[in-house]
Design a protein around this ligand. Sequence first.
Ligand code: GUN
Ligand code: ZN
Length: 355
Amino acid sequence: MHVHYPQTDIIGAPADGLLPWLENYTFPAETRFAQPAYAAEVANVFFSELLRHGVTTALAFATTHPASVDAFFQGAQKRGLRMISGKVLQDRHSPDGLRDETEQSLIDSETLIQRWHGQGRLGYAITPRFAPTSTDAQLRGAGELAARNPDTWIHSHVAENRDEVRWVRELFPQARSYVDVYRGFGLLRERAVYAHCIHLDDADRALMRDTGAVAAVSPTSNLFLGSGFFDYEGAERIGMRHGLASDVGGGTSFSPFHTMLAAYYVGREGQTKPGLSLAPSRLWWHHTGGAARALGLQGVIGTLQAGTEADFVLLNPKATPLLARKTERAQNLEELLFALIVLGDDRVVDQVCIA
Ligand code: GUN
Ligand code: ZN
């Protein structure tokens, strides 16, 4: 539900937290995507990695450069993949070579929507990076663009890190909360996907629920960057829809198994005591049918029901000696699914079928 293809090569970059990680690794790496050939090369590696790990659809950040979006969609089209992406909107608090220009950024987004949205299996996401790196004018323009194109996606980050939340409070003193900043600019609606959603209160969760916006839980990223723990109990209690995401390169793995295991650890920790023991079938659902539903793609992908598109994986539960022993002893489906979560990785993925 949330990943950055231009961050493929910066997996595992250590930093004290989100903001220094962005400044020291992420922004410099993304600056290189002005070059179309480089963007195409990384996109190719990214799609290969996704498929090796059995991931057939992703909602992905590109960079601010329109060429990075073209490279991504061309690669996806060549492979017949159902993919969603968009040009990142980022017109302040960003280095030269990455920062875009307000008016031009909106014109470029509109052009890319016309070029790519609904072309075969491709979809466009209007992508303000996060509130601190967009001016009010850019966020307002993004909201207007989203209103004019109601079946596009909106894709951003919210309430990931405490320093980030503090910064947003300084920049947008009129808003009740970080989530409320996006509401004010018309950026909460169906098909709006917000990564992280950690430092929320119940009013924020209710606002997400009532507008149809959804949370992309990114547990390996949140553990790696020390951002915090998604509150599964709060999300469930209020009815805020959510699904799973790798968030590479903040996240540490393309593997859904690794993501599900990290989500299990996070559920254990929780923000409530005692933590939850998330059911294996629920974790799988959040990476398949539940994620499809959260993206507004129910009935299209995510299940094996008749009439849906035939993207599926063939998994080998005996891929390693220990998995073979463990899965042989599984007494029921939950135990089998849990064994794959705890011990599985790309070696389990035997075949990947696209369309
Ligand atoms: N917030 C703004 N940009 C980013 C990003 O690239 N990764 C993560 N994890 N959080 C962000
Ligand atoms: Zn992210």
